[in-house]
Write a protein that binds this ligand. Structure first.
Ligand code: FNR
Length: 341
């Protein structure tokens, strides 16, 4: 099977599987405040994270690597939606264009449709410094994502089997490119130890991409003759991963993995994330209902976030990060055993 066919399989199976969320979000509760003392017009959703300006706390996370016409048209429509609402957007893995430069148009279209927006380049941890420079230049990216997908590769029959040297390669990219580097998981979560390692080599942002949403082990298992069921249940649930990751200071944290409503987004930020990435939920709406429906859903999410922030009396994302929470159930036990409060 070609890389292109495999990538289209991923899109098809991600949509067919349906979007899910981690039940660990139900372990998180806000404490109602009857006197928030603010109004909706006091709420500001924009912020600056290092050198990165974000007009809103949600962004379109990486999808659709592989090149080809489908990558082109999905990147084009996502970029149109992103530019309409001023959302940041990551393109999918650009490795196909690094290997075959005739494919670069399938990513360049995102910059063409959104000339002034925040665009994020994307490569895997096998990438070298020159690949990273090329990916950034290709879309005039404002930041670069490097994805870590060990469990996906191990579940794929044709996947990588050797993950050594990734941290060294990432370090050389961090030191050699001009834009902030975001290292991201793809749905298995990042532990505190992983985030500490990333911080130690100068990574500016960790997107802890937790378990509960798009499940690449499940997707790859559907493509295998004999499945590896233990990887389907693998990983750190999204809210737990955000709490783990944000226990490391001086590195910004993005949360992602299974976000599809305003309440979970606000919970993710209150647990310590600076911004929330959404992939599968947006892709499904785009493919099934089109670009206008996607823009409507993004607007709805921003409205829900604003309403909940008003109820909590949080005027900004940084205030939201400090509202009190009650954590119960398995999430409480996990964080207690890990000494995270
Ligand atoms: C992805 N994701 C992804 N991530 C990445 O860094 N590079 C990539 O090329 C892709 N490709 C890709 C294709 C498809 C079809 C999907 C649905 C997702 C992973 C994505 O960015 C995200 O980390 C996970 O999907 C978890 O978030 P959601 O989908 O639960 O919101």
């Amino acid at each position: 099977m070609s890389r292109l066919e495999r990538k289209w399989d991923h899109i098809r199976l991600a949509i067919e599987n349906g979007q899910t969320r981690s039940s660990a979000f139900d372990d998180i509760k806000f404490i109602h405040q009857s006197l928030p003392n603010i109004g909706i017009s006091d709420v500001r959703l924009n912020q600056t994270i290092g050198e990165l300006y974000l007009s809103s706390p949600i962004f379109i996370n990486a999808m659709t690597g592989g090149g080809g016409e489908k990558t082109y048209s999905i990147n084009k429509e996502l970029a149109i939606a992103a530019s309409e609402l001023g959302l940041a957007m990551a393109v999918g893995s650009q490795m196909s264009a690094v290997k075959d430069r005739t494919q670069s148009y399938t990513y360049e279209v995102a910059r063409k449709e959104n000339p002034n927006g925040v665009l994020i380049a994307n490569l895997g941890s096998e990438a070298k410094l020159d690949d990273a420079k090329y990916a950034i230049e290709m879309i005039e990216a404002n930041a670069l994502q490097i994805h870590l997908n060990v469990i996906q590769e191990l579940t794929m029959p044709e996947g990588d089997r050797d993950f050594s040297g990734a941290l060294k390669r990432i370090e050389s990219i961090v030191n050699g490119v001009e834009v902030p580097v975001i290292v991201k998981e793809v749905g298995f979560g990042m532990s505190r130890e992983t985030v500490q390692m990333l911080f130690s080599i100068g990574v500016q942002i960790a997107d802890c991409g937790g378990a509960g949403g798009t499940n690449f082990a499940e997707i790859e298992n559907k493509r295998r003759e004999k499945s590896l069921p233990f990887f389907t249940d693998w990983g750190i649930p999204t809210p737990v991963s955000i709490a783990e990751a944000s226990s490391i200071s001086n590195i910004s944290i993005f949360g992602s993995g299974g976000f599809m409503n305003g309440l979970d987004i606000v919970k993710g930020i209150a647990l310590g994330a600076d911004a929330i990435g959404i992939a599968g939920h947006f892709l499904r709406i785009l493919v099934e209902k089109g670009t206008e429906a996607l823009v409507d859903e993004m607007q709805e999410l921003l409205m829900e976030i604003t309403l909940i922030m008003t109820a909590l009396g949080a005027k900004s994302i940084s205030e939201l990060k400090h509202v009190p929470l009650i954590i119960s159930g398995e999430t409480y036990h996990w964080l207690t055993q890990r000494g995270i409060d």
